[in-house]
Design a protein around this ligand. Structure first.
Ligand code: NAD
Ligand SMILES: OC[C@@H](O)C(O)[C@H](O)CO
Length: 301
């Protein structure tokens, strides 16, 4: 039997039952060969997972935002702008991304998402630099761990200001740009399982409320902005293995969370990226106002 090479080798691997023996080659000239039809269908399926256009990722210098940014570039994103309080913390990794994806335009900006004017300027500068803003992913966030009875108003306000108000300001500024551009867009809020139920054992009233509010914010904006072709969805990660879960009063929970998870473990940053890519892809054009929980089943019990 002849040894298959290149495309034929791929075909043989995918459809081993169709491997041709010597003498059967003439059937290759008979269009359309079932194997090539299958490959075309595969190409079409892969295309539906491509991500087109340019994205702003807030908190993109952090663990989950960075993992999501990389996945979007892998799926074809043309331009990436990271907004973060401290993009320098990930300067090396961002430069690495540019080397890995030379045909995409990758940039970062120091932006405090709680400052509406700063956000509006940064969004319009991004639109000029990249040519458009087509997607927004709101990863920027902070976590605190205090008993409600001891919490100061300043601590409460800071968490809601960054996690909820900051995400709203970014969404509003990007939606204005998307409406002007006239071809819609897509926004993903990063909520949490903490927006669905009370965390245990760590006391996190402000954090939980900030994430729960994001779920309602997403619903309202999905309803208001669908007429402009802007889809608003959210993802709710469960306990992911990131530095956010290393802090004082929080790290102690890691063993308990894993024990209470049906899968017996925390998630990895990469395990969140499929949901992000899906929501921005052509597979999700009719998905608006939904929340994708990615938690290994943590909230089941
Ligand atoms: N790690 C988890 O288990 C988990 C679970 C559920 C939800 N989340 C959410 O996912 C998001 C990312 O989490 P992570 O684990 O990557 O955390 P992270 O701390 O690594 O990243 C958060 C990023 O947000 C940035 N940021 C904070 N305040 C900002 C501000 N005012 N303006 C601009 N940027 C600001 C930080 O500099 C940081 O780079 C957060 O919103 C978090 O609440 C995380
Ligand atoms: O609920 C899971 C996350 O929101 C987060 O990792 C946790 O609450 C932080 O302690």
């Amino acid at each position: 039997m002849a040894t298959a090479t290149g495309r034929d080798a791929l075909t043989s691997r995918i459809l081993p039952q169709m491997t041709l023996s010597k003498g059967d080659e003439t059937s290759l000239t008979r269009p359309p060969a079932p194997a090539s039809r299958f490959l075309k269908a595969q190409e079409r399926a892969a295309k539906r997972f491509e991500v087109h256009g340019n994205a702003i990722v807030t908190g993109g210098a952090g663990t989950l935002g960075f993992a999501a940014s990389k996945a979007l570039l892998e799926h074809g994103l043309s331009g990436l702008m990271i907004f973060d309080l401290d993009p320098a913390q990930a300067e090396h990794e961002i430069n690495e991304l540019q080397r890995e994806f030379p045909s995409s335009k990758i940039s970062s900006k120091r932006v405090d998402i709680t400052d509406g004017r700063e956000v509006a300027n940064a969004v319009s500068e991004t639109a000029s630099l990249l040519g458009s803003v087509d997607h927004l992913l709101c990863f920027a966030g902070v976590v605190g761990c205090q008993h409600a009875i001891d919490m100061t108003a300043a601590e409460w306000r800071r968490t809601l200001d960054i996690n909820t108000t900051g995400s709203f300001l970014c969404a509003q500024a990007c939606a204005k740009t998307m409406i002007q551009q006239g071809h819609g867009g897509s926004i993903i809020f990063v909520a949490s399982i903490s927006g669905h139920r009370v965390n245990f054992p760590q006391p996190q009233v402000a954090y939980n409320v900030s994430k729960s509010a994001l779920l309602t914010l997403k619903n309202c904006l999905a309803a208001e902005w669908a007429r402009y072709g802007i889809r608003c969805n959210s993802i709710s990660p469960g306990y992911m293995d990131t530095i956010l879960n290393e802090g004082e009063g929080i790290a102690e929970g890691r063993k308990i969370w894993a024990e209470r998870n049906p899968m017996g473990r925390m998630g990895t940053p990469d395990e969140l990226t499929g949901a992000v890519v899906f929501l921005l892809s052509n597979n999700a054009t009719y998905i608006n106002g939904t929340d994708l929980v990615v938690d290994g089943g943590q909230i089941l019990f």
